[in-house]
Design a protein around this ligand. Structure first.
Ligand code: DC
Length: 230
């Protein structure tokens, strides 16, 4: 058999794409690439260095000197920034709030896309993000666009934080944050979030992880001509 396929998974914050991408990669025995974690690592490095998203020259210099490595570990995927594990630090509310500003910068996108393409050289990859099917791997064999209602996405985020879903004040806060990120990610000039022409759209509202996984596996089997039964 030739090179294994690349599977692109795009969608907005909280759509469930990370969970699905990880489950799909595990089931297929492919590597998993969380490109959002890479943008988050840049945001963390920039905050630490006191570099704002508007300072293109300083951002360019920062990108030259930092190293971002994503690796698999028994506890799940880990993100190393200059060799140190920052998997927890890149998920703080502060980084979530500022990351889209950095992710909208062309110098940041160019550097990250280059790293992402290196990861896809040998195929056998499930990559998730916002521009995977449209920009990073336009020739990916399988593309999914995963979405869910804004309310459902906010509830999932609260659950991720271990917060009470009936806390309406908190829910409103998370909802506003997600809506704001959607609008920055969709409205930006460089590589905005969009549905690739040949992507299969899946609305995950009200579906379980397994149900979505079955839809994805069926599509992978259809495209590759191989059974994905375990
Ligand atoms: O998926 P996430 O919430 O971890 O993504 C973090 C931020 O990075 C989010 O604002 C969108 C941005 N992002 C992007 O612009 N392009 C990608 N391929 C992945 C994420």
């Amino acid at each position: 058999m030739g090179r294994k396929p690349i599977i692109a998974l795009d969608g907005p914050a909280g759509s469930g794409k990370s969970t699905q991408a990880r489950a799909l990669a595990e089931r297929l025995g492919y590597r998993y690439l969380d490109t959002g974690a890479m943008y988050r690592s840049v945001a963390l490095a920039a905050r630490r260095a006191g570099v704002g998203p508007e300072d293109g020259a300083a951002l360019g210099a920062l990108l030259e000197r930092i190293s971002i490595v994503l690796e698999a570990s028994p506890e799940g995927p880990r993100v190393l920034l200059d060799g140190a594990d920052v998997s927890a630090e890149i998920r703080t509310p502060e980084i979530s709030r500022v990351v889209s500003g950095y992710a909208s910068r062309p110098e940041v996108r160019m550097a990250m896309v280059r790293l992402q393409r290196e990861q896809g050289r040998d195929g056998g990859l499930v990559a998730e993000g916002r521009d995977i099917g449209s920009v990073v791997f336009p020739d990916a064999e399988v593309k999914f666009y995963v979405e869910a209602s804004l309310e459902e996405r906010a509830r999932r985020r609260l659950r991720d934080f271990g917060a009470d879903e009936s806390d309406t004040e908190r829910l409103e806060e998370v909802l506003a944050d997600i809506a704001n990120r959607d609008s920055v990610d969709t409205g930006r000039e460089h590589s905005p979030l969009l549905v690739a022409e040949d992507a299969v759209r899946i609305d995950t509202t009200g579906l379980t992880v397994d149900e979505v996984l079955e839809i994805m596996l069926a599509r992978v089997a259809e495209v590759t001509g191989c059974s994905t039964e375990s």
